[in-house]
Design a protein around this ligand. Structure first.
Ligand code: 3PY
Ligand code: MG
Length: 265
């Protein structure tokens, strides 16, 4: 028997179930190379953003291939709770999906159903990259429903209002807060530290704790005190910044340093 995509043990899902913090980052620059760099750096998972980028299925497959064997799981942030899109991303070799803009239990159920094989859901069986082109068919089919992670994004007032019924959906492993959409939904776009946004986040966190599901947060342009606060509050599924943010920050800082050196000549 050879390896399949669920080789990283303990699995991400098991870590989250046990309430352990797992640190990941975000891929938007369409680069398998950056996926390799993130995995080498030690991120336990990475979220490939298909919702807000030009990423193709070819890219999903290339990134899955790049992450494979390096200890990091690939989760794809799909564009919506679409049965075929979720199936294809998992078949490309992703270990899970992050589904944006979940506002109701029905949407969450649809996402879970798409990600799970019958009798739990409606995912179709096939030989595909995820099961090593059929070589690991039996092992993959036996593990997939247990190991495939399904995370719903809560990023609107409606999602916050319906959080208890969303979290009650069996198979939904946790929720991930999108601070920017959340701020937009509360009428304060971009003000992710606004009291209204903080209150909404606190409500989602409390509901996760009550339901025993993983609370997640994307900390965009993270500062140490934000990371500390998120961990102290009990967030476990944590996404730190992302490739475009790291590149923006480091490229600017390096150029600025060089300009300061030149100015002293
Ligand atoms: C948001 O902030 O809305 C996001 O989706 C971040 O991932
Ligand atoms: Mg969003």
């Amino acid at each position: 028997m050879s390896d399949n995509v669920f080789k990283n043990q303990p699995s991400l899902r098991a870590l989250l179930k046990a309430g352990k913090p797992v640190l990941g980052s975000w891929l938007q620059a369409s680069s398998p190379c950056i996926a390799e760099i993130f995995a080498n750096a030690g991120y336990r998972w990475m979220g490939l953003d298909v919702e807000h980028t030009s990423a193709s299925y070819e890219l999903v497959e290339s990134v899955a291939r790049a992450a494979y064997g390096r200890g990091a799981d690939l989760l794809v942030r799909v564009s919506q709770a679409d049965q075929i899109e979720i199936r294809r991303c998992l078949d490309c070799g992703a270990q899970g999906v992050i589904v944006p803009y979940i506002e109701s239990a029905e949407q969450a159920q649809k996402a879970v159903a798409a990600a799970k094989y019958p009798p739990v859901g409606v995912r179709g069986f096939a030989f595909m990259r995820g099961n090593n082109w059929g070589v690991d068919f039996d092992e993959y089919a036996a593990k997939a429903n247990e190991e495939t992670l399904v995370i719903g994004m809560i990023e609107s007032k409606k999602g916050v209002d319906n959080i208890d019924e969303i979290l009650a959906v069996e198979g939904l492993d946790g929720v991930f807060i999108g601070p920017y959409d959340m701020s937009g939904s509360y009428g304060v776009p971009g003000q992710t530290q606004h009291a209204l946004v903080k209150e909404a986040i606190a409500k989602v966190l409390a509901a996760c704790k009550k339901a025993g599901k993983a609370p997640g947060q994307h900390i965009v342009r993270s500062k140490p005190e934000q990371i500390q606060a998120a961990l102290e509050q009990g967030f476990t599924f944590i996404c730190l910044d992302g490739d475009i943010i790291f590149l923006d920050q480091v490229s600017r800082a390096t150029l600025q340093t060089a300009k300061e050196v030149i100015a002293k000549f």
